[in-house]
Design a protein around this ligand. Sequence first.
Ligand SMILES: [Zn+2]
Length: 194
Amino acid sequence: MTAPGSGWDGLSWIFDPDATCICCGAPTTSLLDVACAFPHVGDARSLPVLENHALLESTGDILTSDFCRLGADRFLRCILELRLSGRPELVTLGVWASLSASDFDLYCRHFDDRAPGDLPNMGIWLASSLPLPYDLPAACTLVPQPQGLRPLLEAQDSAPTLLRLQQDGLTPSEALSFLQALGHDITPDQQLRS
Ligand SMILES: [Zn+2]
């Protein structure tokens, strides 16, 4: 058995802000900050990314920096923060999430002028594929942020795996699997080489 708190020893280099990935040379500061450019639904990936104001100038399928309308479905670009067990650092995932058309319209109306608390809590469902195990459907609560910041997602009780990753955090082996799933060729042997 490994002593509590020592499980990160082999991966500790990912927390060194001046280090680079052992496999690809990417700055370690980018390893835990991952963004999805489009919802992993339907043909969203084939849409060009437009400026946000384009949303109001059309009624059809559209993908902008923060919004996506696809048929009857509506999506928001959100931030999903996960913890790392016993560490202060966060995994920050730029994801897309699906909500009702009425909540989408309400959010859009307040997008430019909102302050925290202006909007009610809204139910929203993760619509991005994550490089780690999670619940499907993953029900979350949308937490609006001050102007200029993307809204946060908080996992609901009905998404217990995601909730655990937000509350207790990824274990070192889950973090290793996460990085491997993102294409980083990191093995236990390589970890020790750092
Ligand atoms: Zn790498």
